[in-house]
Write a protein that binds this ligand. Sequence first.
Ligand SMILES: Nc1ncnc2c1ncn2[C@@H]1O[C@H](COP(=O)(O)OP(=O)(O)OP(=O)(O)O)[C@@H](O)[C@H]1O
Ligand SMILES: [Mg+2]
Length: 364
Amino acid sequence: MMINNFRLQNFRNYKDETVQFMPGTNIFVGNNGQGKTNVLEGIYYLLTGKSYRVQREQELLRWEQNEFHLYGDFLLAHHKVFLESHYRDKKKMVKVNQVPCQRLSDFVGTINVIFFSPDDLVMIKGGPSERRRFLDLHIAQMHPGHVSILNAYNKVIQQKNALLKSYVAKSLKYSQLQLWNEQIIELGKKIISNRLDLTKRLQEAANQIYPNLTSQKETMQTNYIALGKKDANEAISQFPQLLNDKLEQEMERQMVLIGPHRDDLQILLDDKPARLYASQGQQRSIVLSLKLAELELIRQEKQEYPLLLLDDVLSELDRFRRDYLIKFIESSRIQTLITMTSAETHLESGALYYVEKGHIRRNL
Ligand SMILES: Nc1ncnc2c1ncn2[C@@H]1O[C@H](COP(=O)(O)OP(=O)(O)OP(=O)(O)O)[C@@H](O)[C@H]1O
Ligand SMILES: [Mg+2]
């Protein structure tokens, strides 16, 4: 799949700019603060209906404007898609092939995208919620049903939390909690097994990437830690007991203390927690490997590669790792949009664009 043409109007620092992309590698070069990240953010927004940086569309509006528009021509394996995203008077509107989409979820996932952003490094250093989010976002791209299960589960957790909070006032009955626990177990098991399945497949794919990226010097391992246990299948079978065991503590703390909303994805570098020991370049390498592993899983399921957006990925990587990444992109022929602050010498092919003050110029 590839993007041919992209137009941004009043989006971030772009007034009205159109870019024609090439198959293969597209390199965006420019000084700091010129608009390289903003182009990738615009494409990501057009494809997912979300910015990965901010919650509110208001911040995406070019200063002092009240509407922005994004347009993109995409070429899939067997057909073309023209996507539009409009934000006007605080309302969003999406069109697919000029037909308005009722719900954003109707089109999300039709065109897949993998985005590496330096912000993703929080996956290593940040809390467990960052890592759960990474897994859930991928599962949702492939199986939108996962989102409904997560929503239903979170609602049950909120309700049980509310019940636990009213415990002192109302003298809570054990049977009342039991009712919520049954739902927590039923929905929770599905969430755990989806995440567990993804973790295993990601690890398999990453096994083909991380050792090569590090010239066989390092290993990386991910384990999904369900309900505090490394053996997730054992955790699933013991879920009712584990919930029961926590009951007193839950009443004391007035919140649900065990379930997939507290799970974690453990990331090990050479058998030690990456969170504690990985260097900057190693953190970047781990996140990059997980993203490239995701890319491979999407290709396996959809029979075509997603669009690959790499923002500022090369900094902090040593010469060997940079070369490996460039070779990987060039040999796979995945359409890739990559940003950097200076034109790298070792790029053999690819279209080069200069980004300056919200203008993009192709170097011909
Ligand atoms: N809503 C907005 N309206 C207008 N300009 C904005 C808006 N949001 C951000 N900018 C400006 O956009 C500029 C470019 O931002 P961007 O993050 O794309 O830079 P970049 O080229 O990726 O830089 P770096 O190399 O530092 O990552 C910044 O100078 C910022 O002030
Ligand atoms: Mg940037």
